[in-house]
Unconditional design. Structure first.
Ligand SMILES: Nc1nc2c(ncn2[C@@H]2O[C@H](COP(=O)(O)OP(=O)(O)OP(=O)(O)O)[C@@H](O)[C@H]2O)c(=O)[nH]1
Length: 214
């Protein structure tokens, strides 16, 4: 277990179909810039950015991955050791939404995650600035998918107009903190469990097991 001390370094991976706006989200968050003509990412790129939550500073090491299928072998080696996975789609692209399951499966496999609830997944529906006629995924559909898939954090963002971008990364860290404190509690519970099968050599337990072996 890692304690959330000052300057905790968290590895954050952003996944999703090509063109949903992963690079733009990272650049909006890190540099507050937006590129209307952003190029496809080849492999992976990463940037660091500090974020402060409840008086603690967290350094996010954000890995922006290439969403195109042909770059799969270049991006998957970087999933291992991730603390947070951001599953991204574009609200004007239903296919990218339908592919969230594929992205989660790919991440879990290559990051070697045993159970999906071990790692904080958050879902981000980007391009919330598009006009209503272009929207292909409703907020309700996003929330329903998350409920059905045990994901408790989701948010719509716009890298273009900077809507909810800071909030999305903050939400991701808060989700990580919740899982960490749950892991912490489980660890304490395990350590507090009295092992009634223990016999000799453990003075504390001798009164409970009734007789000693000697
Ligand atoms: N309207 C709108 N366009 C966006 C937004 N975010 C990104 N875009 C545009 O979408 C296109 C793709 O953005 P990228 O950030 O390169 O997408 P990506 O997911 O990193 O793509 P890959 O690198 O191929 O995986 C670019 O033309 C961006 O300008 C947004 O919030 N709103």
């Amino acid at each position: 277990m890692r304690s959330a001390s000052k300057n905790t370094l968290l590895k954050v991976v952003i996944l999703g179909d090509g063109g949903v706006g992963k690079s733009c989200l990272m650049n909006r968050f890190v540099s507050n810039q937006f590129d209307e003509h952003s190029f496809h990412t080849i492999g992976v790129e990463f940037l660091n950015k500090d974020i402060e939550i409840d008086g603690e500073t967290y350094t996010l090491q954000i890995w922006d991955t290439a969403g195109q299928e042909r770059f799969k072998s270049l991006r998957t080696p970087f999933y291992r050791g991730s603390d947070i996975c951001i599953l991204t789609y574009a609200i004007d692209d239903k296919t990218s939404f339908n592919n969230l399951e594929m992205w989660r499966t790919e991440f879990s496999y290559y990051a070697d995650v045993k159970e999906n609830n071990q790692i904080p997944f958050i879902v981000v529906g980007n391009k919330s600035d598009v006009i209503a006629e272009e929207r292909e995924v409703s907020q309700l559909e996003m929330e329903t998918w998350c409920n059905e898939n045990g994901i408790t954090s989701c948010i719509e963002t716009s890298a273009k107009n900077a809507s909810n971008v800071q909030e999305a990364f903050k939400m991701a860290v808060q989700h990580w903190l919740r899982l960490e404190s749950r892991a912490d509690k489980n660890e304490t519970d395990i350590n507090d469990t009295v092992d009634l099968t223990k016999k000799s050599g453990d003075n504390r337990m001798s009164c409970c097991v009734g007789s000693s072996d000697d």
